[in-house]
Design a binder for this molecule. Structure first.
Ligand SMILES: [Zn+2]
Length: 439
């Protein structure tokens, strides 16, 4: 079985599906849909299929056909990938098999999970299995460009009154020792994601010649502003209930005072906030809104003081502070340096899902069966996924892909040498089979 798995996923990797902002090639994605039809014939035979500018939605009718507001399971992933620059040991679209791994762009993000989801359903359909309620599959071709594929589909579903009991998208994976000292394997199950906004900070002046510069020219003010944000904590740092739950689940693996503090994070909040805040940028980002300055512009001439200069800040707002209060905090800081703030893209505030829900528990159960000895923990994604749009049609959007990955593999996502372990293919299919059968 594994040979066929490797072959099929390889074919999906070799068909390049890089999405490009503003000029997405829909025909390229349609060719990929043709490949999916070829690889998963039994599933396509039982499903209704719709396409929205290269993004797809499929419905596998169940024994019961519930009303729109009583729909069950929506499984989603995406079939576009990010570009593959840099120097790769194995070509990004080679799908080389070497060292027990399959190499190529999309092996983890997100064709590997997409393949596993469809392969599981394909096998069930071949076996004559019919789900109790309809099962839906969604895969957008615009996820990596923050595009509209999943948003369009979510809006359509919402307009028609659909509600899903569970949405399962890409997200966290299984990590070994996800935080220092938490020995063992943990399935990091996303129950939400931070919102993502782009803000422009503009400094103006009368301009002038560079030979006689006044104080506080636009670039200097922007520099002072960025330095201020870098050195001061302008956003609320909090241990949210999800993070407290996560720490409690790590606590049994820890020792001494750390174990004690993590078992009771509410009481030890000040200490934990200090430790996490200093441990790594990724950990610190779990506790607060962040802003990263990503682009800048000054004048067009080397000897001209700009009359207008700007920087772009990419903000990820926390659930506890929210979008408007995060905007207010950064605007207050910008005012100190006489900057104007323009919101280029406000992003979406998507709510958190409950880790006591049936949906979350089903994922935990599937992990327990397929990956014995793996503990589960809820967490909040700092990156974005298409499931943020689906919170319009479900209260339970879970973000998890059933693959055990190393730190190197984690770094290969959106980086170079992306790869998936061959031995992880069978359990990934088993995981989705379990979800579809037990839902
Ligand atoms: Zn992805």
């Amino acid at each position: 079985m594994n040979e066929k798995y490797i072959q099929n996923l390889s074919r999906m990797i070799r068909m390049e599906t890089v999405s490009v902002q503003g000029q997405n090639d829909v025909e390229k994605f349609r060719r990929f849909h043709g490949l999916l039809r070829e690889l998963f014939p039994a599933l396509f035979a039982v499903c209704e299929f719709e396409e929205y500018d290269g993004s797809i939605l499929m419905r596998w009718p169940g024994k019961e056909s519930p009303t729109p507001e009583k729909q069950g399971l929506l499984l989603m992933n995406h079939h576009d990938v990010v570009e593959a620059g840099g120097s790769w040991t194995h070509g990004p679209f080679s799908a080389d098999v070497a060292d027990g791994k399959l190499w190529g762009r999309g092996t983890l993000d997100d064709k590997g999970p997409l393949w596993a989801m469809l392969q599981a359903a394909e096998e069930l359909a071949e076996e004559g299995f019919v789900p109790e309620r309809d099962v839906w599959f969604e895969s957008a071709c615009t996820e990596e460009i923050m595009g509209e594929g999943a948003e369009t589909i979510a809006k359509m579903l919402k307009e028609k009154g659909y509600r899903f009991e569970m949405v399962l998208d890409e997200g966290g994976m299984i990590l070994t020792e996800p935080i220092g000292g938490a020995k063992g394997d943990y399935a990091m199950i996303g129950v939400g994601e931070k919102g993502c906004a782009d803000l422009k900070f503009v400094a103006r002046s009368a301009g002038g010649h560079a030979s006689a510069p006044p104080k506080n020219t636009p670039l200097v003010r922007l520099g002072k502003f960025m330095s201020y944000i870098d050195r001061n904590e302008i956003f609320d740092v909090q241990l949210s209930p999800v993070i407290c739950e996560m720490l409690k689940r790590f606590a049994p693996a820890m020792e001494g005072l750390t174990a004690k503090a993590m078992a009771d994070p509410e009481t030890f909040a000040p200490l934990i906030k200090r430790v996490i805040g200093k441990s790594s940028p990724a950990a610190a980002a779990l506790l607060k809104t962040t802003i990263a300055f990503t682009r800048a512009s000054g004048s067009a001439g080397n000897n001209v003081i700009p009359d207008e200069a700007w920087v772009i800040g990419n903000m990820r707002y926390s659930h506890h502070q929210g979008r408007e209060k995060s905007f207010a905090a950064v605007t207050k800081a910008a005012k100190r340096y006489d900057l104007e703030v323009e919101v280029l893209d406000p992003g979406i505030e998507s709510p958190l899902s409950d880790w006591n829900s049936k949906a979350f528990k089903l994922v935990e159960e599937a992990v327990g069966v397929v990956f014995p000895g793996t503990a589960c923990s809820p967490y909040i994604m700092t990156g974005a996924s298409d499931s943020r749009f689906m919170s319009e049609v479900s209260d339970n959007c879970i973000r998890f892909a059933p693959f055990h990955i190393s730190d190197e593999q984690m770094a290969s996502i959106h980086g170079t040498d992306e790869n998936v372990d061959l031995k992880s293919l069978v359990p990934a299919v088993q995981f989705y089979r379990y979800i579809i059968q037990k839902f």
